[in-house]
Design a protein around this ligand. Sequence first.
Ligand code: NAP
Ligand code: SF4
Length: 681
Amino acid sequence: MTSYPRLLSPLQVAGVTLPNRMVMGAMHTRLETMDRPIERLAAFYASRARGEIALILTGGYAPVPEGVMDDGGLVLDRPEQLGEHRPITEAVAKAGGRIVLQILHAGRYARTASCVAPSAIKARINAFGPRALTTDEVWKTIDAFANTAALAEQAGYAGVEIMGSEGYLINEFTAALTNQRTDAFGGNVEGRIKLPVEVVKAVRARVGRAFMVIYRISTIDLMDGGMTGAEVAELARRVETAGADMINTGIGWHEAAVPTMAAPVPRAAWLDAIRNVKRAVSIPVMASNRINTPEIAEEIIASGAADLVSMARPLLADPDFAKKARLGNADEINTCIACNQACLDYIFTDRVATCLVNPRAGREIDFVDAPSPTVRRFAVVGGGPAGMTFAIEAARRGHRVTLFDSARELGGQLNMAKKVPGKAEFNEMLRYFRVALERADVTVLLGTTATADDLANSVKTGEFDEVVLATGVVPRDPGIQGQDHRKVVTYIDVLGQGAGGRGGAIGEKVAIIGAGGIGFDVAEYLVGSTQETLDPNAFMAAWGVDTTLAAPGGLKAPSKHVPKRSVHMFQRRTESLGKNLGKSTGWILKAKLRKAQVTQTAGASYDRIDDQGLHITVNGERRVIDADTIVLCAGQVPSRALYDGLTARGVQAHLIGGADVAAELDARRAIDQATRLAVTF
Ligand code: NAP
Ligand code: SF4
């Protein structure tokens, strides 16, 4: 008896029987800019099909050149391009899956000088301003959608998804905010929804009955001047009547000031908006956003809010998500932690997407996963992400691995990260590692300090062939006069086991020295609310979301935040604080800290710490910050004593993670480096 009876039940859509209710949502990957793009895309999608996902949605292809996301972006508008698609559809079919092409016209989000929109109103997030389409051009655009759908059918896709959400062209037509037209495609709601209805009709007319037509609707725009819930429901009904076989759901525009999918958003937060669509139609509806476990997916379907779930990032994290759910091995799923660090942040900074927890994502053809020809014995020291990853990957290749950590629990710095509001998903990462270590048969020795003498002897006696050191980092000593004062603590005292450490309890007036990722994490820990990141109601109140969907765009005034303490952050550099935070998540953290009245000072030099507090100089002016706790978050240095000890004894160990490069220490780099090292043996 499965734990996910609804999730694993089949569903008939158009001419297709989907084997389960799990869909891989559309993602841009920039894979097409890499060497051997088609082979890479085909391998990327085929591995998800082998993992038994019922349906795959491609990243968006524009129906016309001016609809691309940016210069050189994907277009499907001519039969000559079909050669780029057949290897993809054939690879997916061979792997037993089905793939649907998403048609996306970027509208005013197109980062090109030729971008177009319903009206000439520039998006806050685009340097280019759009030109308004003429009525004739709107009809030509409708025809172009139908043309792309017909080409997709010829290429062997199982259907198309018409992208009508996230603030792209179609969504710009449906919202009064961006549609100030006076022709038949503007004005009242009837005029504003005419474009999507006509697109669905035109597409339906050009493809066979068995070919799936999916419409992705914006369930809640999260923009002032967006649609109301009643208007969204009307659009859903009209799209069904126009011939759509299924509706997928989108949440918020890309420029919305409310987070929609990053880790601070509670799981399955958007069900009210999704249920509004589901109630309006009789065709299947897909839920999306912050669905990352089979349990939550099953709950959504059981609640009646949707018939299927669309998961994009979770399929980057684990291509075998659906298969593991079917086999009852959900505890082996490598769960997406919604960090955005290696997917969205890579795409936004012109890099090819991959995944923090799965470096193979998008790089499938670069990794050979066959058993190693020679079995070796490894001693791995350090149970953080680097050490655990190496141990698992090496053991899966057939090697015999022993993992040592002097701590009594696995996880290293992940155990601190998981305590920060909005980072509870790190618990899933720890669960994945624990289960994977066990299933890969790694010998884990916790509370065991591996000394240089012991390791060197083990290598000499042949107990181990290789030593891998993932010994992590230690906090940098900033050398500030008075830093031994009782008021001073390190981030480890705050986020480590039991707050207090050297400095006793954290006071109400806190100064944080250093504003890297950890300085921001500490600030959020000291003023943030975990509840807001776990409970959808608390989240909606804090971010000003109208769950009644009565207001245009679904917005209302956010609740006030009364911070638990006053926190001041400092850095020596003169640039604004948080410049290096993730592009897609840094703004969320900064907005939360602003709301909690956390002050930020750049260009500070630290004169001394004494009973009065923290003495600093900023722009030549001396100031005293009245603080009862001062937290040092001044970066880290590699912990290499063991490496040096082994080198002195003639043993050449492999260094990975923060022990190798502390400045760039993060879980993404640690996991990537450990995986790549493991496949070399
Ligand atoms: P970091 O990012 O290198 O930041 C160190 C901070 O300390 C900087 O603000 C730096 O600014 C300051 N600093 C450096 N030397 C100092 C000195 N001698 N005296 C006083 N201040 C000094 O290091 P981190 O915050 O420890 O983070 C480490 C890594 O963890 C990061 O690279 C990041 O990738 C990862 N991390 C990421 C996240 C995330 O949200 N993505 C969260 C936590 C950690 P000034 O030099 O200007 O003073
Ligand atoms: Fe999920 Fe982070 Fe991987 Fe993106 S990088 S897929 S958010 S775990």
